[in-house]
Design a protein around this ligand. Structure first.
Ligand code: FE2
Ligand code: FE2
Length: 354
């Protein structure tokens, strides 16, 4: 852990993320918190003895905290005995991206890139509609993940997934000239936006649960309802709303995966295919990166139960990209296969490649 020594007597302190938190009782019936704390250097088991629970003194999985305590040997390893703990405050000035699995680029860099694309739309109605939807979710979209467990289940993963689809859409439109770029990009930006209401997410950007509304309606239908409401308030035409709403309710491709309709025009079909492509590539890459070169992954249930092979010839696109743009970045590791890049400066028109 990156804790620093403070005030002698073996005391250390630092910022970390709570990976797990469980309230337990000692043999004498005294409550304590059994924790796993993590930062970008690794994780450690920790105990907060004599825990007095109160509304101001509650700690849960994914809380971002500052702790002070001492390392104590336990069964051939080290444990951390927590003496003081509190939530991280804005004045602490620490970057949460250094402590939780995060997208390669920060949310504000990616949102600026998305907005630049919307600004280039020739279709005034779509421009107005997409900007209004972004405005409604502006604060949360910056850190929202795209999933609870599967693809892009990282801080700012929703924007990372959105931006990847937008860049795929740009390439596709260069080849198939009859595709309506503004319509396809609108679908790309809006297709998963209701995930912001589908999942409960802490301020760390990691999802904990699906909401009741998310379970009962799902982000496809919720997205269409929201877009209809926002569009009607703006006076967007029925025809435009119908096309966008169709893209939303059909983007999972088939009823088996939650689509209410099969995609019934070209931009809807493309959105569904690009969405699937980006999600599957993310999952394949995460699985392959987690095993040694020349090894096979365990069976991947989300990828037809395949064992995937790490051929060891993948390019590290992020590093090349960051070098190309001459950015100053800080790189850390959260887990074995998770690299974290925090962009500290650089041009806003940065593109993300994943
Ligand atoms: Fe989706
Ligand atoms: Fe998606």
């Amino acid at each position: 852990m990156n804790f620093v020594s403070v005030g002698g007597a073996g005391a250390h302190e630092g910022f970390c993320l709570i990976k797990t938190a469980e309230k337990k009782l000692t043999a004498k019936g005294v409550p304590y918190l059994d924790l796993v704390l993590a930062d970008n250097s690794g994780e450690i088991s920790a105990k907060l003895w004599d825990y007095k629970e109160s509304p101001d003194n509650q700690y849960n999985k994914f809380d971002f905290v500052k702790v002070r305590g001492t390392y104590v040997p336990f069964n051939d390893t080290m444990q951390f005995r927590v003496e003081r703990i509190r939530r991280v405050l804005p004045e602490d000035n620490v970057m949460i991206e250094d402590y939780v699995p995060s997208a390669c680029l920060t949310g504000d860099v990616m949102l600026a890139e998305v907005e630049k694309i919307v600004d280039s739309f020739k279709d005034e109605e779509l421009r107005k509609l997409v900007f209004a939807v972004i405005e409604e979710y502006r604060e949360r979209i910056l850190y929202w993940p795209a999933a609870k467990n599967l693809h892009h289940a990282v801080r700012s993963g929703l924007l990372m997934h959105t931006l990847s689809i937008l860049r795929l859409a740009e390439s596709v439109c260069r080849i198939y000239r009859f595709v309506n770029y503004d319509l396809l990009c609108s679908g790309a930006i809006l297709h998963d936006i209701a995930k912001i209401e589908e999942m409960d997410v802490s301020s760390t950007g990691i999802a904990s649960e699906y909401t009741t509304k998310g379970n009962l309606l799902g982000h496809l239908v919720m997205g269409a309802i929201n877009i209809d409401r926002i569009g009607r308030n703006l006076g967007v035409s029925d025809e435009t709303l119908m096309l966008v709403e169709h893209m939303l309710i059909s983007h999972h491709g088939t009823p088996e995966f939650g689509a209410a309709k099969l995609p019934m025009f070209i931009e809807a079909e493309l959105l569904s295919e690009l969405d699937l492509m980006d999600a599957r590539l993310y999952e394949m890459r995460s699985a392959v990166d987690a095993v040694e070169e020349g090894a096979f992954t365990p069976r991947q249930w989300a990828l037809e139960n395949r064992n995937l092979y790490n051929h060891g010839r993948a390019y590290n696109g992020e590093t090349e990209l960051i070098n190309e743009y001459g950015l100053t970045v800080k790189m850390g590791r959260f887990a074995e296969h998770m690299e974290i890049y925090t962009v500290l400066d650089g041009p806003i028109n940065l593109v993300q490649e994943y």
